[in-house]
Design a protein around this ligand. Structure first.
Ligand code: PBG
Length: 332
């Protein structure tokens, strides 16, 4: 696009910035509660609200509180909630079998929400890191993360989540071939309408640190995730991954982290036009909260500005720990 404009003073950009009314008239992008997916950390127990130290304002909620949280989100106009379990260390095994236990924390939470708050969309995380002691997203043998064996395990996990009533599956594991395998298994099992939001372009990022605290994986992770998550230096590879996942049957795609990767969000939306999401991850949330708590930035304004940036970059929605706070603000 090459906008035509007269030279100064015929064109004065400040004319349309003069008042709030004029600014509102020419605003190009909007942020609404309908753009939000709220990631929530789940724990076992009763009436538990465990603060996550590195994510001020975020708490792990016990299973009995999760439907209440979902109702609160629904009442705020948030269309989807995404579940991340804090798994009891005694349930972590090398084969990760708790991942496809129909009675695991996530699956019980899905059923609790779908029973009490059926109109909110429930999204899950499909990856093995909560279920093994080494904190990797796949099965590990002799220090190597096995791709195809992991995909088989992920398919079992995805089917159990679909069976429990999940609306959206979020494979965050970055194994090759998992979207096609999951899509085929879902079709075969009659789960035709379960959507997949693929973490298609997920980078090996330092910004996941607080999340690993929240799910109890911090001390556990051996090494890094660079053999499966993307190199932060790459951009074309993200496009190829998104193309691959869409071709295998993903309904929606995600770029993760968010703010440092707005260029990728923009490229992905421009290239495919598919429903595109960004995950404003734990480290991004923690940075804004930490600076705000120190009085160094205005936390509320930084929150809104950071989320608006995703809309401007072309995202259809954002996974953000700010979801309830920003929804309250947007609702006035
Ligand atoms: C793991 C997973 C991670 C996040 C979502 N799913 C962490 C990782 O890949 O190590 C990060 C989310 C965040 O930082 O907010 N399957």
């Amino acid at each position: 696009m090459h906008p035509v404009q007269a030279p100064h003073p015929a064109t004065r950009f400040r004319r349309l910035r003069r008042t709030g009314a004029l600014r509102a008239l020419v605003q190009e992008n909007t942020l609404t509660t309908g753009d939000l997916i709220w990631p929530v950390f789940l724990c076992d127990g009763v009436n538990q609200r465990q603060p996550v130290a590195s994510m001020p304002g975020v708490e792990r909620l016990s299973l009995d509180l999760i439907a209440g949280a979902a109702a609160e989100a629904r009442d705020l106009g948030i269309p989807a909630i995404c579940l991340f379990p804090y798994t009891d260390p005694s349930l972590k095994t090398a084969d990760c079998r708790e991942a496809w236990n129909p009675e695991n924390l996530t699956n019980r939470a899905i059923r609790a929400i779908k029973t009490k708050v059926p109109d909110i969309a429930v999204m899950t995380d499909v990856a093995l890191d909560p279920y093994n002691a080494h904190g990797h997203d796949g099965l590990v043998v002799d220090g190597v993360i096995l791709n195809d064996e992991t995909v088989e395990a992920l398919v079992r996990m995805a089917l159990a989540q679909a069976e429990a009533g999940a609306d959206i599956l979020g494979p965050s594991d970055m194994m090759d071939g998992r979207i096609g395998a999951m899509r085929a298994a879902l079709e075969a099992a009659g789960h035709r309408d379960v959507a997949i939001l693929s973490y298609a372009a997920k980078y090996a990022s330092a910004f996941y640190g607080p999340f690993r605290d929240a799910v109890g994986a911090t001390g556990a992770l051996k090494g890094d995730k660079k053999t499966y998550q993307m190199n932060p230096a790459n951009s074309d590879e993200a496009i190829r991954l998104v193309a691959r996942d869409l071709a295998e049957g993903a309904d929606m795609v995600m770029v993760k982290p968010g703010m440092p990767y707005l260029d990728i969000c923009h490229r992905v939306k421009q290239a495919f036009g598919a429903p595109t999401f960004a995950y404003q991850v734990s480290g991004e949330y923690a940075m804004i909260q930490a600076a705000a708590r120190n009085g160094w930035i205005d936390g509320e304004k930084a929150m809104v500005e950071s989320l608006m940036a995703f809309k401007r970059a072309g995202c259809d929605g954002i996974l953000t720990y700010f979801a309830p706070a920003v929804a309250k603000l947007l609702r006035g």
